[in-house]
Design a protein around this ligand. Structure first.
Ligand SMILES: Cc1ncc(COP(=O)(O)O)c(C=O)c1O
Length: 308
């Protein structure tokens, strides 16, 4: 049965329930300290195949389990449980549209920030409700935020946990306060790291350049996808340290992630990037990306999981 979005079904602690009935105790460490790890997993509807494809599901679950390990959570759910719940809840909603599915392991109960458990799970499909072309229509006016990205010697950006997003928040709030759409973080060494919920790429002299994974970035699945897609069509990709002033003179730039796909950056700190509109390489990579996620590129069909 199809449900209104306000009454969509979510998988919650082993049952499929109305989202309004999924309640978490206010004293749980997830509520108090953001003690949870999660994934945002994209699914794309392929109209020709009449099929919904989850994108890089295994890779999302591998990253989720790395986050579990790094935070020393006592998680009783296996990868098979993750996948079964994921497919069951999408089917329960009969979704035939593009989705972002939030799959979260959270510390429930009455413990503290030091607790290992009890670890519980919810899986909440979120209909995207728009095509990516609309989503990406205008491109982004960015600033470099004065806040530094968290780093591996205090709170690793490698861990995808709720609490890390408070660092994202302060950068994003500063950007909005100053009239920008979003921000780019530098790391503690003053080199380019990433966006608040996305990775950064720039184009210079026909080459695609992105910060290394050791430059304080999330091990982003979209970043990895773009690197592989670009190399597959003959684009040179370089992972290296990027200095701040390189941002202002690059030919093209974009932010990317499962939610935002590839979104062009049109200016940074008021410096126009390229001619101030979406660049040719961003456009080409985005087109390739949309064909890969819908299972239309034979070189990358290992990355898709049919739901129905
Ligand atoms: C800080 C940060 N960087 C990068 C990304 C992109 O990661 P992915 O491509 O795996 O969605 C995200 C996405 O949530 C993020 O929060």
């Amino acid at each position: 049965m199809k449900y209104d979005v306000e009454h969509r079904r979510i998988w919650f602690k082993g049952d499929i329930v109305d989202v309004n009935d999924a309640k978490i105790n206010v004293l749980a460490p997830t509520s108090q300290f953001g003690l949870n790890v999660f994934e945002g997993i994209p699914c794309y509807w392929n109209e020709e195949d009449k099929q919904l494809y989850a994108f890089r599901l295994e890779d999302h679950y591998d990253r989720l389990l790395r986050s579990v390990k790094l935070l020393q959570l006592d998680c009783r759910y296996s990868k098979d449980d993750f996948k079964k719940g994921f497919i069951d809840v999408i089917k329960a909603n009969e979704y035939d549209e593009n989705l972002s599915v939030r799959q979260t392991l959270f510390v429930d109960g009455f413990g503290s920030w030091g607790s290992e458990g009890p670890v519980e799970m919810f899986i909440a499909p979120i209909p995207r409700g728009r095509t990516s072309a609309e989503y990406n229509k205008k491109g982004l006016k960015c600033c470099v935020t004065s806040w530094r990205r968290i780093s591996d010697d205090n709170l690793s950006p490698r861990i995808k946990c709720g609490a890390n997003y408070i660092n994202s928040r302060v950068g994003q709030r500063e950007a909005l306060r100053n009239g920008y759409d979003t921000c780019i973080f530098l790391n503690k060494n003053g080199n380019v790291a990433e966006g608040p919920g996305s990775c950064f790429f720039m184009v210079k002299n026909g080459e695609l350049i992105t910060p290394k994974l050791s430059n304080s970035v999330l091990e982003s699945i979209t970043r990895d996808t773009i690197i592989k897609i670009a190399r597959n069509i003959g684009i040179t990709v370089i992972e290296r340290t990027i200095e701040r002033t390189e941002l202002y003179t690059c030919d093209e730039a974009f932010l990317c992630g499962s939610a935002m796909e590839l979104t062009p950056v049109l200016s940074i700190d008021g410096y126009t990037i390229g001619n101030g509109s979406e660049g040719d390489m961003v456009k080409e990579l985005h087109r390739e990306y949309l064909s890969v996620v819908r299972g239309m590129n034979k070189d990358f069909t290992d990355w898709i999981t049919p739901i129905y």
